[in-house]
Design a protein around this ligand. Structure first.
Ligand code: ZN
Length: 366
């Protein structure tokens, strides 16, 4: 049985990086790969000297969609992935994908030392892509200076983010906010992500959301990456405060799902199914059934450094759709509520027509 009438994964990476090991000085590990990936060159433009290339991986994506009954996906660029490759993938499958835009070229130019990064240049690039068909949001992540050396304060960061919100407002598209970052990328020292306030604390969002009442905000992974214990609760506090704030719950486990579904100020109207399909993370199951709140989560997507880099395509949907199913089964979740999370809320957020009208709950005003 499919998990819903219309099933959409709102967090998908249809591009994959490949490392040219012969062009490396060091052995590939999480530490140097994370940086190298940001400057990846599209495979069809690459030469033998390019250390990392990025390629269209949509054949595997479409295969998995057909296997697991996923009707549509939101395509996201991250690291060295390009908006251009996502555009080509959408042209090949116009009914199955929409995409978010990110300032990928501005970031690459800055990392290669070719042009200094600025928020205005980043916003211009995002604005350019949002003019095009199929681009309906901003992300993954909020644009930042990849050469930033010192941690930024919220006072410094907020004027930058305000400009990004203005672009979202102009195009009437949702904005994505990514609290925390995968632990495998840490590699010693202060992680890049930890330099920016939005990664440190989802609560900063509550300081800028009221300025943009028409912009919907999505917490990527619902705050579950990195310092999840802290970030998930704080993301939920923001969602409880603002009806235009949504959480991606695709990587959550049953207990966490319960926390959000049971909160009358959040509930299924503000949750969406987004995983991280295409990312090189694997799931880890903790088979202990400890009740303590300090145990490692029962099902956790993370980069496990000791296992090494995954060479296979981790199976996101087999695991995550089953976990949603498990929550629905054990908690008697009405299908109408699950349908909102699996696709209904996506249609509103990303301005996509579902296959038919009246598929999702709506009630007449009395
Ligand atoms: Zn992602």
């Amino acid at each position: 049985m499919e998990l819903g009438r219309f099933v959409v994964d709102t967090h998908v990476h249809p591009q994959r990086h490949a490392v040219n090991f012969e062009a490396q000085d060091d052995d590939a590990d999480y530490t140097n790969l994370a940086m190298l990936m940001h400057t990846a060159v599209p495979a069809d433009e690459a030469t033998d000297d390019d250390k990392v290339v990025v390629f269209d991986n949509s054949d595997r994506l479409v295969y998995d969609m057909d296997r697991y009954g996923v009707d549509m996906c939101v395509l996201l660029p991250a690291f060295g992935m390009t908006n251009g490759i996502n555009e080509m993938i959408m042209e090949d499958h116009p009914d199955r994908f929409v995409a978010c835009a990110q300032a990928q070229q501005t970031k690459k130019d800055a990392l290669r030392g070719e042009e200094e990064w600025s928020i205005d240049k980043a916003c211009e690039e995002i604005d350019y892509w949002l003019e095009k068909d199929g681009f309906r949001g901003i992300g993954e992540f909020l644009p930042y200076d990849p050469n930033q050396e010192e941690p930024m304060t919220w006072r410094e960061r907020k004027p930058q983010l305000r400009k990004v919100f203005e672009v979202a407002d102009k195009h009437d598209v949702p904005i994505r906010w990514h609290p925390g970052a995968a632990a495998g990328y840490s590699g010693g020292g202060l992680r890049k992500a930890d330099k920016f306030p939005e990664y440190q604390d989802p609560m900063y969002a509550a300081d800028i959301i009221p300025e943009f009442p028409d912009v919907d905000l999505i917490f990527e992974h619902g705050g579950v990456q990195g310092h999840w214990r802290y970030n998930v609760e704080r993301a939920l506090i923001v969602a409880a405060q603002f009806n235009n704030v949504y959480l991606e719950v695709g990587l959550w486990w049953e207990d966490l799902l319960k926390r959000a579904f049971n909160d009358p100020n959040v509930g299924p109207e503000q949750l969406i199914f987004g995983t991280d399909w295409g990312a090189s993370m694997v799931a880890n199951a903790n088979h202990n059934s400890s009740d303590t709140s300090i145990d490692f989560p029962p099902l956790r997507w993370e980069q496990y450094e000791k296992r090494g880099l995954p060479a296979h395509q981790p199976d996101y949907w087999g695991t995550t759709l089953r976990e949603m199913q498990k929550y629905a089964l054990f908690n008697n979740l009405p299908q109408d509520e699950l349908n909102l999370v699996m696709g209904g809320n996506f249609c509103d957020l990303y301005d996509v027509d579902p296959p038919h009208s009246r598929l999702f709950p709506e009630y007449l005003d009395r």
